[in-house]
Unconditional design. Structure first.
Length: 339
């Protein structure tokens, strides 16, 4: 399929980005957008082969209205679109699966604004997905379908999407580990710069990723315990395995967050030690300069009766007095216990 087709679908007035009819034993077929409503209407017919995957762009104003009129989606799907909570979950609603999947944008650069959500409705013969911004995992799924990946059911397509999401997350964790390694190397070499600020930003993004992408255990547990009758046992096992793989990635992410926290604490300790040394040096200089400042202040008063004013050795006597007091201050500082 050429890139021009994708561009045409992206410009569809109903918000359709792409549409496929998938088969277990044949390549995917591109859906004609002009017959989209008819394709959805006949998706559940017994004489049809394969199943449909339709992907929509919610940033177009007409998309949601068209879906309400022609897609025959459950009310829970539209409620999920407008809910404030967007944690990753898969729920059962009227014999359909409603999935809320969080993903990153293309060119993700550890910016919290580069996170967005995809909503999906899965029935026995139809999967409808919708998003507001182009997402990385769903685009990987599209490339897999284009390259001939065989899908037996819409749920298998959703599981493939979750695994693609886990792969994207693994890549993000690897990039974060490289950043943490570089900062740690700079730390060991004594090059602090602004690394503590960089670590704080990286840690905030990882926390947000983990909070949004971690599947809700309760919703997934309910689905696995009481799946719809049209879901095969093999798909249930694949979904369980996919969730376990995803959980392993999240555990690695939590470990990385702990490592970043320790690096932040180490950098903070080094900064405090540097500040303490600077303050100690400043204190020593101040104490050593105190005798000469006091004596200079006393003898600098322009009043009568200043001692040694007429003594030809007065200057050296004052120098000797200052040196004596300074030596006493040095001796007292050296007697202080070293920490």
């Amino acid at each position: 399929m050429s890139a021009n087709h994708i561009q045409d679908y992206a410009a569809d007035q109903n918000g359709l980005v792409w549409g496929y009819r998938l088969h277990a034993d044949a390549p995917a077929e591109l859906i004609d957008s002009a017959r989209l409503a008819a394709e959805i209407l006949h998706a559940g017919a017994t004489e049809t082969t394969g199943f449909l995957w339709l992907h929509f762009n919610l940033s177009q104003a007409a998309t949601e209205k068209w879906l309400r009129q022609h897609a025959n989606l459950s009310p829970e799907f539209f409620e999920a679109l407008h809910q404030g909570s967007r944690s990753t979950r898969i729920e059962l609603a009227d014999d359909a699966l409603i999935a809320v999947v969080n993903d990153v944008l293309h060119g993700f650069s550890f910016d919290p604004s580069q996170l967005s959500t995809l909503w999906a409705s899965v029935t026995p013969r139809l999967m409808i997905s919708a998003r507001k911004k182009p997402l990385k995992s769903v685009d990987r799924l599209r490339h897999a379908v284009q390259n001939g990946a065989r899908m037996h059911s819409p749920l298998e397509l959703l599981i493939h999407l979750l695994r693609d999401q886990a792969d994207v997350l693994i890549g993000i964790v690897r990039d974060a580990v490289e950043k943490a390694d570089q900062i740690e190397d700079d730390l060991l070499a004594g090059r602090l710069n602004h690394k503590r600020m960089n670590l704080g930003s990286l840690r905030r993004v990882l926390v947000r990723l983990q909070r949004l992408m971690a599947p809700e255990p309760a919703a997934l547990f309910r689905l696995l315990q009481r799946p719809p009758v049209w879901i095969s046992e093999a798909d249930i096992q694949d979904l369980r395995q996919s969730s376990e793989e995803f959980s392993a990635v999240l555990v690695d992410m939590a470990s990385l967050q702990e490592r970043i926290k320790l690096l932040q604490e180490e950098i903070a300790a080094m900064i405090n030690e540097r500040n303490s040394r600077s303050l100690y040096t400043l204190t020593i200089v101040t104490v050593l300069a105190l005798p000469i400042n006091i004596i200079a202040g006393l003898f600098g008063m322009n009043v009568g009766g200043i001692p040694l004013a007429s003594n030809e050795h007065g200057f050296w006597i004052i120098v000797l007095i200052v040196a004596s007091f300074t030596s006493l201050a040095v001796w007292l500082l050296k007697r202080q216990p070293n920490e």
